[in-house]
Design a protein around this ligand. Structure first.
Ligand code: ZN
Ligand code: ZN
Length: 446
């Protein structure tokens, strides 16, 4: 589940196995080798084989001293599933397949033959398990059934391993609750194999010691690493091997142009109107307050616009620090050569972190993947279509400033209009200048 603080639940089986090998088993072996001591507790990793090695598995199985009762097909790409893993498949030859039932013996009279055995199974209720009749009855066949008939009380209420025999015949009594000879015979049946051994009492310390000393006599085969896929999966995917970022939305490209056009037009108007007015009307407020303010505001607006379009948005860039470790689901995606991960949801991590399966990097809480900019940004607020950029806590100040400057520009224009209604008009400058210039000349000629 967790190893050295690393949450392994979202890791695939292969990664978990590799961790067990590299962080538990091998260090233990190395430590023992260093101390030149032996240990009574042996840790071994089961061998896992690829699906295409099925032939080898069958060959190995034939040589096993204890025989084999089937194959377990384990999914390797799915994260840890607590309880039952629905993706895991256990296969057994049909003749080896057994099902466990709880037996309920129904006896009728003293006659040993008067016996029917109900097969019960447990259903998980809301809070407790409920034992219910499957509708099936035990086939009256086999050696174990003979034993049951001799001593029904030893079998009643016990868990028994049963095997389906197509050749068996089963008697289904018409009365489910008490013994009856009325009923019908059906083809096929569950034949009793053996009773399940229930776990015995907890062994005491001496027993455990004895067991361990016996275990130490058994020398395990040397560790073999037969999981190529582990190596393949764990091979380092370098930053440059990560799939390209998804293509940015068109708004990212046309947004800044729209902003540039609208802001330029507004600046032209907000600066132009007071400037023209100051040429025609004489007003100290216009000259000493409004004009300087609009020019400063215009300059600031240009700086702010540039900073929003080209400045820091809190975009998370790929680096060793944020791209690793690559979760296995993402790793599989990368190794399979699939850059597109629309069907793979983001992967949760520790401390509110999550892994973006579009950027292929880890981001902290509060970060968001913008579907227009196609990047993860920290402190995301919204994507602004007007500027074509994400507005985050990094450029929020600029964003608010440019909105405030809009009101400054609008206010300057309204004030200018009010002023020109009341301020005295200037004497037309060109006329005044020419009269001054002309006068001495005129006088000269006069
Ligand atoms: Zn992202
Ligand atoms: Zn964005």
């Amino acid at each position: 589940m967790c190893m050295c603080g690393e949450d392994l639940t979202h890791r695939t089986l292969l990664y978990r196995l590799q961790k067990a090998l590299s962080d538990v088993i091998l260090p233990k072996e190395q430590l023992l080798a260093l101390r030149e001591s032996s240990d009574n507790v042996q840790l071994m990793l089961k061998d896992f084989f690829e699906l295409w090695q099925l032939g080898d598995v069958t060959a190995i199985a034939a040589e096993l001293p204890h025989g084999t009762d089937g194959l377990v097909f384990t999914p390797v790409m799915v994260p840890y599933a607590p309880g039952t893993c629905p993706a895991l498949l256990k296969w057994k030859p049909a003749e080896m397949n057994t099902v466990d039932f709880k037996l309920q013996v129904i006896q009728g009279g003293d006659m040993k033959k008067n016996i029917h055995v109900k097969l019960l199974v447990g259903f998980k209720g809301k809070e407790t398990w409920q034992v219910k009749h499957t509708g099936h009855w035990l086939a009256k066949m086999g050696d174990m059934f003979k034993k049951l008939r001799e001593d029904p009380t030893a079998f009643d209420g016990k868990i028994a391993e049963c095997k389906w025999h197509a050749s068996a015949k089963t008697f289904t009594p018409s009365d489910q609750l008490k013994f009856t000879v009325n009923g019908s015979w059906e083809d096929g049946g569950w034949v009793l194999q053996r009773l399940r051994e229930l776990p015995g009492p907890v062994p005491d310390v001496a027993e455990v010691r004895e067991m361990l000393s016996r275990l130490s006599c058994f020398s395990p085969p040397p560790l073999r690493r037969s999981y190529d896929l582990v190596d393949e999966l764990q091979q380092d995917i370098e930053l440059r091997d990560l799939p390209a970022f998804p293509a940015k939305g068109s708004n990212y490209y046309w947004g800044p142009w729209l902003a540039l056009a609208v802001v330029s037009a507004f600046i032209l108007e907000a600066v132009g109107i007071p400037t023209l007015a100051s040429q025609s009307y004489k007003s100290d407020v216009l000259e000493l307050v409004i004009l300087p303010v609009v020019w400063i505001a215009a300059f600031t607006a240009v700086v702010v616009l540039v900073s929003i379009v080209f400045g820091e948005t809190g975009e998370i860039r790929r680096s060793d620090a944020v791209c690793y470790p690559i979760p296995d689901r993402a790793r599989a995606l990368i190794l399979l050569g699939r850059g597109k991960s629309d069907d793979l949801p983001n992967i949760g991590g520790l401390n509110g972190e999550s892994y973006c399966t579009r950027c292929f990097l880890w981001r902290s809480e509060g970060a968001h993947h913008c579907s227009t900019c196609q990047r993860c940004v920290t402190g995301f607020d919204h994507h602004c279509s007007f500027f074509g950029r994400c507005i985050t806590r990094h450029n929020m100040c600029s964003f608010r400033t440019i909105i405030a400057l809009f009101f400054v520009g609008a206010a300057a224009q309204i004030l200018t209009l009010l002023i020109i209604n009341t301020a005295p008009a200037r004497t037309p400058a060109p006329y005044a200048a020419s009269s001054l210039m002309m006068e001495p000349v005129g006088r000269y000629y006069n």
